[in-house]
Design a protein around this ligand. Sequence first.
Ligand SMILES: NC(=O)c1ccc[n+]([C@@H]2O[C@H](COP(=O)([O-])OP(=O)(O)OC[C@H]3O[C@@H](n4cnc5c(N)ncnc54)[C@H](O)[C@@H]3O)[C@@H](O)[C@H]2O)c1
Length: 263
Amino acid sequence: MSDRFKGKVALVVGGANADEDHLLGFAGLAALEIARHGGKLVIGDIDDEAGNRSVKKMKEAGLTADYFHLDVTSEVDWAGGVEKTMSLHGQLDIMIMAAGMPDRGERIETTEVDKWRQVMDVTNLGMFLGTRAVVEPMRKSGGGSIVLISSMMAKVVRDQANAYATSRAGMTHFARSAAVQYGPDNIRVNTVLPGWTLTPFTSSAFDEEWLERLAKRVPLGRVADASDIAGPILFLASDEAKYVTGSELLADGGVTSWIGPMD
Ligand SMILES: NC(=O)c1ccc[n+]([C@@H]2O[C@H](COP(=O)([O-])OP(=O)(O)OC[C@H]3O[C@@H](n4cnc5c(N)ncnc54)[C@H](O)[C@@H]3O)[C@@H](O)[C@H]2O)c1
């Protein structure tokens, strides 16, 4: 194992699916890799069962990992998560925020107001509260890296799921704003824009037939798995990206570059 994240403390929110014996989420895999490569890891999520199971396995493997219940829409939960991270490890260097909820199949006139609010709250209120909560401890650590998980839906849209797409586009602009504000503190803020990826988030929607249909729309010829997206997340989180801030890293297999087949 390399010591790529040695000396770093990471708070990964929405990273509960980090147990390799189950389907991995990409933030979950990024969390696991940070711990494997010398980092001290704290996972926050609302899926306590998955989060506790993932961390138990990491501890059994000798890694430094803890889990806390953290709902990204709760200011109190963010304060508690940061406080616990600081009391455990005395510093905070990396924050990855991957919480999300889908609004598949909804058109504008049939989207319930509550649904719109929920999607916006988890993504946009979550990124705001999370960034606000980690800035001061990162400043004390001499800088840090915030990685917000957006989506290729920030760049293109479907004829539905507009709350999701709008919230993801908001995320990329928020990241630019935060990058400008906190650059002087050496705090970098970037977004990753994943394409279609088979994870717990999509597993109920992506059956075999759907996976095949989607793959035909991807220049790289396949739907991503968690490792395809964890790599870009880890790059932005690490010091290898030490001059990268305010950027959007598309990891979509080429989908958003393609006008579609010419037949
Ligand atoms: N899988 C894809 O195709 C895809 C593509 C683009 C973007 N995304 C986004 O990437 C992110 C990570 O998803 P994933 O595919 O790795 O799946 P995932 O299910 O492993 O990750 C999402 C996590 O967010 C957690 N979560 C949901 N609401 C929360 C809340 N209020 N507070 C804290 N945690 C909460 C879930 O419990 C889950 O652990 C999501 O935001 C998703 O919208 C996914």
